[in-house]
Structure formats: structure tokens, C-alpha cells
Design a binder for this molecule. Structure first.
Ligand SMILES: C[S@@+](CC[C@H](N)C(=O)[O-])C[C@H]1O[C@@H](n2cnc3c(N)ncnc32)[C@H](O)[C@@H]1O
Length: 254
């Protein structure tokens, strides 16, 4: 690892609530303008999506027809799914990212929408066989928001539908060295950190906390723990990311 994130100033992280409710859209639009993290500028699909698509065919009976890309950013993963013949819906908080996605993939049959994943999702119950969340759940800070989001994912998936979630854990060289947000215990069971460069907050679970988090509504299928050097905000870090594939349990989520 080289370097460590700058210390966040008190006024920037003064209120967790402020970051959760007010600053997030502006911060993400700003990030898509600055392009400090890899997913803001990359056009090739995430490695974890390629891993998931490769393994999904062993976990499903037939080909998938419909999928949703949650927090799709500029649409690189939506496009990769659409290229396999899947009908894709996609949603992201950032109107800047969605405008780029619509422009970049104008020829693909992808329904890109602006919206928040912690609001009721604008999709019918049981619409999808597969849902992908690649570094989006990671940015949902409160237990309440994350539970609401899990319940919505469960609702829009078919019974037995599959979910990919990928995030950085506490072993990540960049996020693991970010400062914990003050009073994180007030709203979250897992630590919250503050990324001063992107100006967004993140959850930073251990692998085991990640496993526990989804087990209220999903059955664990498989995981991939990836460690490799990668660039963040122009510096090189030893990154550790984890992807997990889950299956929606048949019983209704409470
Ligand atoms: C690290 S980027 C990943 C983007 C995309 N999944 C990818 O892999 O290219 C995180 C994305 O989550 C989006 N996001 C954060 N909170 C969100 C929310 N509550 N609802 C919808 N999108 C959200 C951001 O706008 C951003 O595009």
C-alpha cells in the first residue's frame, strides 16, 4: 500500500445524517465528474460480474431472461449483462452517471433510471431472476436503510432469484485505512468509514459480518475474496474485495 487517505475534517463528517440524506447525490455527481475511483471511468465490466455470470449457469435451471443492475453507475455492468441476451433494468442515484449510461449504451436494450435503492424500487414484485449490486450496498450507511434495501431486492426478485453483492471489507488497503465516522454505532452494527477523497461514507464489514447481514432474507451460495493491487484516487493500494452470491429464500421477508 502506498499513502493513506487524508484526514477528514470535522465539518465534512459532522453529521452522519447529513451525508446519508442530503449530500450523497451531489457527492456522486461530483465523483463522476472527477473520476477518482475505478468504476467512475472504467467501461469494461467488473471482474466480479464476469465471475458471477460464469457461475450463475450452474445455479439456475435455464437461461436468465431479466436482471436488474442496482446502482449501475455509467452502465458498464448493465451492458455486459445485456450483451448476453438478458433484458436489463438499471437504477442509480446519480443523474450524471445515468445520462452517461444512456448516451454510451443508446443502442442496447437497457432501461436506465434515476432513483435511490433505499426508496421503494420502481419494479414489479418478482420481476427479475438476477440482481447485481456492485459496490452500492457498501455506501448504504444505516442498518435501517440497508434492511429496507434488502427487503426491496427480495421483493423484486423471483422466489429463488439470485443476488450478487460485492464490496470492500475491513482488509482493504484503501478503505481499511479511512477514518471511522463519529458515532457510527448510533445507526449501524458494522463500522462506517469516511472516504475524504470521494466525500462519501461506506460500511466496512468483516467477511463474517457480510455473511450475517444478508442471511435474514437470502441463502448463501458462494463467494470470491479477491486481493490485488489497484489504483484509488491516483495512488496504488493492496485492495481486498469480496463478492457473494445469494439466493432469495422462499419465505416472505419480514
Ligand atoms: C462505486 S460506484 C459503482 C457503480 C457500478 N455498480 C459499477 O460497478 O460500475 C457506486 C454507485 O452507487 C450509486 N449509489 C450510491 N447510493 C445509491 C442509492 N442510495 N441508490 C442508488 N444508487 C446509489 C452511486 O451513484 C454510484 O454510481
Amino acid at each position: 500500500m502506498s499513502g493513506s487517505p487524508a484526514v477528514a475534517t470535522n465539518d465534512r463528517k459532522a453529521s452522519i445524517g447529513e451525508h446519508v440524506n442530503v449530500r450523497t447525490t451531489a457527492a456522486w455527481n461530483q465523483e463522476y465528474t472527477r473520476q477518482g475511483i475505478p468504476s467512475s471511468h472504467r467501461e469494461e465490466p467488473s471482474g466480479v460480474l464476469v465471475w458471477a455470470l460464469d457461475n450463475l449457469r450452474h445455479l439456475t435451471d435455464g437461461p436468465m431472461s431479466a436482471a436488474v443492475d442496482l446502482g449501475c453507475g455509467t452502465g458498464r455492468n448493465s451492458a455486459a449483462m445485456a450483451a448476453t441476451g438478458i433484458t436489463v433494468s438499471a437504477i442509480d442515484l446519480s443523474d450524471v452517471a445515468i445520462a452517461t449510461a444512456r448516451n454510451r449504451y443508446a443502442d442496447a436494450d437497457i432501461d436506465f433510471r434515476v432513483g435511490s435503492v433505499v426508496e421503494p424500487l420502481p419494479f414489479k414484485t418478482g420481476s427479475f431472476q438476477f440482481a447485481a449490486d456492485i459496490f452500492v450496498y457498501f455506501h448504504q450507511l444505516s442498518d435501517v436503510d440497508r434492511r429496507r434495501y434488502r427487503r426491496e431486492i427480495h421483493r423484486v426478485l423471483e422466489p429463488g432469484g439470485l443476488l450478487l453483492v460485492s464490496l470492500a471489507t475491513d482488509g482493504d488497503g484503501y478503505y481499511g485505512s479511512c477514518e471511522k465516522m463519529p458515532n457510527w454505532r448510533d445507526i449501524s452494527a458494522v463500522p462506517l468509514t469516511w472516504d475524504p477523497a470521494a466525500e462519501v461514507g461506506n460500511i466496512l464489514p468483516t467477511y463474517d459480518e457480510f455473511l450475517v447481514e444478508f442471511s435474514d432474507m437470502f441463502d448463501f451460495q458462494m463467494s470470491w475474496r479477491k486481493r490485488k493491487f489497484g489504483d484509488m484516487h491516483g495512488k496504488r493500494y493492496l485492495r481486498e474485495t469480496v463478492a457473494m452470491l445469494w439466493q432469495a429464500v422462499a419465505r416472505p421477508a419480514v
